[in-house]
Write a protein that binds this ligand. Sequence first.
Ligand SMILES: [Zn+2]
Length: 80
Amino acid sequence: MSQEEKRLKLEYKADWYGRTVSAISQWFPSSKMYSNCGEMYSGKWSLAIRTWSCECGITHDRDQNAATNIHTESLRLLVT
Ligand SMILES: [Zn+2]
């Protein structure tokens, strides 16, 4: 199934259940951005990095941080 077909299927299902689909750019830097302050990770980025702390003192879990960023970005796109 192509990306476009998946997208259409998802939108159909969402519509069926009265929900909204919001797609973000594939280039959106969801992993490297700190979800609490919006700063970008400045060191060498690697898949091996699972958790890290930003200057705010908050420790991020890689996947949780990315999910938070994607959620925030998708909501931002819906209101603009
Ligand atoms: Zn920060």
